[in-house]
Design a protein around this ligand. Structure first.
Ligand code: MTE
Length: 310
C-alpha cells in the first residue's frame, strides 16, 4: 500500500498558521519549558520577530497553492527536472553562514540567525514569472535587500552585487553535471539591488523557506525573470564589474544579465507575450516588468537596449 504523508509545507495557505502566531507561541514555550527547548527552537527558522503582510505590493491575483509552489521547482543543483523537491529535503538548513565580501568596508561571515536579528521581517506577496513562461503568486517572508546592503556597508566604488548559491556535491546531485558553470551566480546593479522591491526571502507561506525553493535564504527580484532570483545563498560580493551570471554563461544567445520581464521581447525559442498561471488553466498577458514598472521603470532610462529584456 502506498501511504503518502503530507510534508509540513503541503497545506493550503488558508490553513497555514500565521508566522506571527508561531513566533508568539515559540516565545511562550521557550519561557515555559526552559533552556533545552529554547536552544532547539531557533534552529527551526526565524528568530522572534513578528511578521505582517505588506499590502503595498498586492499582486491582484490569487496566491498559488503551496502544494504547487513547493513541488514544481527549478533548482539545477538538484537536477534539471521540476520535481527535485524530494531530493532537496536532504540539504541541511542549519547551521548556515553567508559570506559578505568584495568592495565593503569590512568583509565578514555572518550566521543566518545573527543576520535575522538585524533585520525586520515582513511578508510580501509577489508575482513570480519564469522565463519559461509560467507564473506563480507567492507569499514570501523576508526583508528588503537594501537592509542587507546597509549592513554590508559597501564602498562607493561598488557598482554591482553578485549572489552565489551553495555547491555541495554531497547533497546536490546536479552539480556533478560538468556542462554547467557551477556555482550558480546572479547579479544586480547596486541601484537595482537598492530598489525597494528587491527582497531576500527566508520564508514561504509563513514558514521557513524549504530547500527546494532556495532555503534557508534566497534572492527575489519580482520584475525580472525567475532565474535572476538565486537560491540558497552562501556569498554576496560587492564589485565594480558586471558579474558573469550562470545562464548568460550557459547560453548568451538566450539569457542576458538584465532579464527584465517584457511581453514584446521573445525568447529565441518561444514568445513571452503570455504566461501560464500555475494552479489554474488560465493564460494571461505578460506585463512589462512583470507589472512592477511603477517601481522600477526609472532604473532603465535606455529602454531601447533589447538586452535589458533577455
Ligand atoms: N537558483 C539556483 N541556485 N539554481 C537554479 O537552478 N533556478 C532559477 C531561480 N534560482 C535556479 C535558481 C529559476 S530558472 C527560477 S524560475 C527560480 O529560481 C525558480 O524558483 P522556485 O523554484 O522557487 O519557483
Amino acid at each position: 500500500m502506498l501511504i503518502r504523508i503530507a510534508r509540513g509545507w503541503e497545506i493550503p495557505e488558508s490553513k497555514a498558521t500565521p508566522e506571527a502566531f508561531v513566533l508568539g507561541r515559540r516565545r511562550t514555550l521557550g519561557i515555559g519549558l526552559g533552556s533545552a527547548l529554547a536552544t532547539f527552537l531557533p534552529k527551526m527558522g526565524h528568530t522572534q520577530q513578528m511578521v505582517s503582510r505588506s499590502h503595498r505590493y498586492d499582486p491582484g491575483r490569487p496566491i498559488t497553492p503551496a502544494q504547487i509552489v513547493t513541488t514544481y521547482n527549478n533548482f539545477y543543483e538538484f537536477g534539471s527536472d521540476k520535481d527535485i523537491w524530494e531530493t532537496a529535503q536532504g540539504l541541511p538548513m542549519h547551521p548556515w553562514v553567508i559570506r559578505i565580501e568584495g568592495l565593503v568596508s569590512k568583509p565578514r561571515t555572518i550566521a543566518m540567525e545573527d543576520l535575522l536579528k538585524q533585520v525586520s521581517l515582513e511578508e510580501r506577496v509577489y508575482r513570480h514569472r519564469c522565463v519559461e513562461a509560467w507564473a506563480m503568486t507567492v507569499p514570501w517572508t523576508g526583508f528588503p535587500l537594501a537592509s542587507l546592503i546597509r549592513l554590508a556597508q559597501p564602498l562607493s566604488s561598488a557598482r554591482y552585487v553578485a549572489f552565489q548559491s551553495l555547491v555541495d556535491a554531497k547533497y546536490m546531485p546536479g552539480v556533478a553535471e560538468p556542462f554547467f558553470p557551477w556555482p550558480y551566480i546572479e547579479g544586480l546593479t547596486i541601484e537595482e539591488a537598492n530598489n525597494e522591491l528587491a527582497f531576500i526571502a527566508t520564508g514561504l507561506y509563513g514558514k521557513p523557506l524549504p530547500p527546494q525553493n532556495g532555503g534557508p535564504i534566497r534572492l527575489v527580484v519580482p520584475w525580472k525573470y525567475g532565474f535572476k532570483s538565486a537560491k540558497s545563498l552562501v556569498k554576496i560580493t560587492f564589485t565594480d564589474r558586471q558579474p558573469h551570471t550562470f545562464w548568460e554563461t550557459v547560453s548568451p544567445q538566450e539569457y542576458g544579465f538584465w532579464a527584465n520581464v517584457n511581453p514584446e521581447v521573445s525568447h529565441p525559442r518561444w514568445s513571452q507575450a503570455t504566461e501560464r498561471l500555475l494552479g489554474s488553466d488560465e493564460r494571461v498577458p505578460t506585463q512589462i516588468y512583470n507589472g512592477y514598472g511603477e517601481w522600477v521603470a526609472s532604473l532603465y532610462p535606455n529602454k531601447k537596449d533589447k538586452r535589458l529584456f533577455m
